[in-house]
Design a protein around this ligand. Structure first.
Ligand SMILES: *[C@@H]1O[C@H](CO)[C@@H](O)[C@H](O)[C@H]1NC(C)=O
Ligand SMILES: *[C@@H]1O[C@H](CO)[C@@H](O)[C@H](O)[C@H]1NC(C)=O
Ligand SMILES: *[C@@H]1O[C@H](CO)[C@@H](O)[C@H](O)[C@H]1NC(C)=O
Length: 306
């Protein structure tokens, strides 16, 4: 690839005559980088009137380079960007605002036109550095949501070539997006308890891969009628314990009142039994009634009644 590029370049230089007698520079840049490319021949700018920057691939550099202008300087002072991703300074330096995949492996040709000496220029081959994917969490790795709410998980994505990114829930693939250049996210509306668990974000390109794991806890809404849910939710278990407490206290108080009634009835029964016994005693010993005992008087009266 590199050798073929060089051959084509040499062919290009020779075929275009003596207009380009400059060396070829090769630079390696990072994807999305802001980069300045100097036009090496513009070091002596004294007589340079016009500067043009062209971007072409090996396929179209030979014939169409002059149709692929990206920026130029006109009449020494006037700087014009033909492509919004580029700018140029009066010293001939090209500004690449953001290095994009479209720039990878391209030749950036600078051509200068001097007032009296004809033309010159330089060529720079831009290569974008290959980087394995990197996922940067942009939302918490541990998520607590309540059933019915929406769930969002976000991650920044780096790496070149742009990786493909998948999201999985407990090993079930949910989405696969290719050519992810900056950001990835997973949105789940109206979550249910079954949506809890592990979510895996996986990014892969030709040079590597990276994994990010999110833990999701979905709290079921405390529904009074469904006891199963009540037991699961920690907030409802103390209330159920309280319920049991109040229930038991009410039963004990009810029991005590019942016991009171029992005692009262027993006392009454005993009194009646005692009176009856005394009565019988009184009947058996008719004339020997102790005067001190009022009960015996009662007995006497009772005897008259009987
Ligand atoms: C050209 O000018 C720009 C802006 O003034 C500057 O950043 C850059 O370093 C200059 N380049 C050269 C080769 O002097
Ligand atoms: C995701 O898609 C890419 C192509 O777009 C494919 O190469 C890759 O195998 C897919 N990944 C999964 C896990 O299906
Ligand atoms: C959320 O999901 C539940 C159960 O699947 C459903 O009954 C309810 O209507 C959904 N709510 C919304 C706003 O989609």
């Amino acid at each position: 690839m590199y050798i073929s590029l060089r051959i084509i370049l040499l062919y290009f230089f020779f075929s275009s005559g003596s207009i380009l007698k400059s060396k070829v520079a090769e630079v390696t840049v990072k994807i999305h980088e802001r980069r300045l490319l100097p036009c090496s021949e513009s070091s002596d700018l004294e007589n340079v009137e016009h500067i043009g920057w062209f971007r072409c691939s090996t396929a179209d550099c030979e014939l169409n380079w002059n149709k692929l202008r990206i920026a130029h300087v006109q009449n020494v002072e006037e700087t014009i960007a033909d492509n919004p991703n580029f700018d140029v300074f009066t010293n001939g330096t090209l500004l690449v605002r953001k290095v994009l995949p479209v720039d990878d492996g391209k030749m950036f040709i600078c051509k200068t036109q001097k007032t009296f000496e004809g033309t010159g220029g330089s060529t720079t081959i831009l290569n974008i550095k290959k980087e394995p994917p990197k996922l940067i969490p942009e939302s918490p790795l541990e998520v607590h949501v309540i059933e019915g709410m929406d769930l969002h998980m976000d991650a920044g994505v780096q790496g070149y070539p742009y990786p493909w990114v998948t999201w999985s829930h407990n090993d079930l693939l949910l989405q696969n997006t290719s050519n992810v250049d900056s950001q990835t996210s997973l949105k789940i509306r109206n979550v249910t308890v079954s949506k809890g668990g592990l979510y895996t974000c996986y990014a892969k390109n030709s040079v590597g891969h990276h994994i990010l794991t999110f833990k999701v806890y979905v709290e079921g809404q405390a529904v009074r009628t469904t006891t199963g849910l009540d037991i699961q939710t920690p907030s409802s278990s103390p209330t159920s314990a309280l319920d049991i407490q109040t229930l038991s206290s009410s039963t004990t108080s009810g029991g005590s009142s019942f016991a009171g009634w029992k005692i009262a009835l027993t006392v009454v029964g005993l009194l009646l039994f005692l009176m009856g016994t005394i009565g019988i005693f009184c009947i058996l010993k008719k004339k020997r009634i102790p005067a001190k005992l009022q009960l015996c008087r009662l007995c006497r009266r009772r005897r008259y009644i009987v």
